[in-house]
Design a protein around this ligand. Structure first.
Ligand code: AMP
Ligand code: MG
Length: 413
């Protein structure tokens, strides 16, 4: 009961409420820039994209076989082969009654023909082709505009250009696109104990992992990172860094110092030089997450514990950066899986435990906790492939109960 009471602290903002509130206080950048198609991967479309052409622009064959007139393919039909249509080398004549043309996948359908019979269904002897079985008009033909019609809206502004989107944009023949300019985000860690990779650890020191890990996530999101390094737990230095960062960047991300310890100055300085939107959230890990503004720049104060920093980045900063960058995020698919082991959970905060989900022998999903759920144990996080969404009011999860989760592998972290 004591643990429960401790977690049910009044004044903690529920996750979805805080997220909604935060998003309403953010405005997207409006600056656009042209990029060539081959430089557009991972950028955000500034405009809706309409197809300038029909795709495909001509009727073509979906098979290797013979182009003919469907009405000619009667029982015992014998068709005269009059030519060949290869991809990129159309047949220039016309297919008349009793005739056919050898045709390869992607090759233009010759005039006069209205069907393609796959070669496995034909017998060929001395330039005479004997099709087998019934042939219907349009069979094995890809019609013009079957994929996309000229003038059709293909992508909406706000779409992130991934490899699949890029492939479709390429099929339209576009050479240049307008995209949002990349966001510039200032990133810094606070803590007297933090050392950079390569430095020697003095007693009590640890290596800074948040700046590296969060920086990597930002880079994968196509964001320009301005690295402010490690700032000591000194309000004057923190203040100086915050003001400089706010003047240089579209947003500021810090880690550490947002709790209530003696050397936790982040929130205090934020209140001093800017405005705090909210602080304490009813989430685990990541209760002390600070959101606010310094002049016009949004401020995201991540907790110091690396797991809390990464999880709150995903839960709150990722959607915030999408809004700032003008990116439309698709809703995250949530899956149901059976807990294959008991999970400890106290009511009061939504708990985003790190898990490993896998497909069971019967095809259903099963999930186990990925190692320690302590927010200070980052190694378990790297092993995880999913984030459990354990509801705020839920208590312990017994083995066999269903839980909600989202997949995190293959995203940006
Ligand atoms: P704080 O939020 O500053 O109280 O830090 C909470 C815990 O996270 C402490 O154990 C810190 O040493 C640790 N921590 C803070 N910043 C980092 C960082 N950048 N990398 C790794 N651990 C950190
Ligand atoms: Mg600290």
């Amino acid at each position: 009961m004591a643990i429960h009471d401790c977690d049910s602290q009044p004044g903690l903002r529920p996750y979805l409420d805080a997220k909604h509130d935060m998003l309403t206080r953010l405005d997207a950048i409006t600056d656009n820039e042209p990029v060539s198609l081959d430089q557009s991967l991972n950028r955000i479309l500034a405009d809706d994209i309409y197809s300038p052409i029909d795709v495909p622009s001509f009727a073509n064959s979906a098979m290797d076989g013979y182009a003919l007139r469907a009405t000619d393919a009667v029982t015992d039909a014998a068709l005269t082969l009059i030519g060949t249509s290869l991809a990129g080398h159309p047949f220039n004549g016309r297919v008349g009654p009793g005739e056919c043309v050898r045709i390869m996948t992607g090759a233009a359908l010759p005039l006069g023909a209205d069907a393609v019979v796959m070669q496995e269904n034909c017998r060929s002897e001395h330039n005479i082709i004997y099709p087998r079985g019934a042939v219907t008009e349009g069979q094995n033909i890809r019609q013009p505009a079957e994929d996309l019609a000229q003038g059709e809206r293909v992508f909406a502004a706000g779409t992130r250009i991934n490899a699949r989107v890029l492939s479709v944009l390429s099929s339209l023949g576009l050479e240049q696109l307008y995209v949002r300019r990349p966001l510039k985000v200032a990133l810094l860690s606070t803590g007297d104990e933090l050392k950079s990779p390569g430095e020697l650890l003095a007693p009590g020191d640890i290596y800074d992992s948040n700046r590296i890990g969060i920086g990597a996530m930002l880079e994968r999101l196509g964001i320009r990172v301005i690295d402010y390094g490690i700032i000591k737990d000194d309000p004057a230095l923190i203040r100086q860094a915050f003001l400089k960062a706010a003047s240089e960047a579209d947003a500021l991300i810090t880690s550490g110092g947002v709790s209530v310890g003696d050397a936790d100055y982040t929130k205090q300085v934020l209140e001093d030089v800017g405005r705090i939107g909210f602080w304490k959230l009813a989430v685990k890990p990541g209760k002390p997450f600070a959101f606010g503004h310094i002049s016009d720049s949004p401020f995201f104060g991540l907790p110091g514990n690396p797991v809390s920093a990464a999880v709150t980045f995903h839960l709150l900063v990722r959607p915030a950066l999408a809004k700032l960058a003008g990116e439309t995020l698709k809703p995250t698919p949530l899956l149901q899986a059976k807990a294959l082991m008991p999970l400890r959970k106290s009511p009061g905060r939504m708990d985003f435990q790190r898990g490993m989900v896998s497909t069971q022998a019967d095809g259903s999903l099963g999930v186990v906790a990925a190692g320690s759920q302590s927010s200070a144990v980052y190694s378990a996080m790297a092993e995880a492939n999913c984030l459990l969404h354990l509801e705020q009011d839920r208590g312990n999860v017994a083995e066999g109960e269903m839980v909600t989760l989202e997949l995190i592998d293959g995203l940006y972290w």
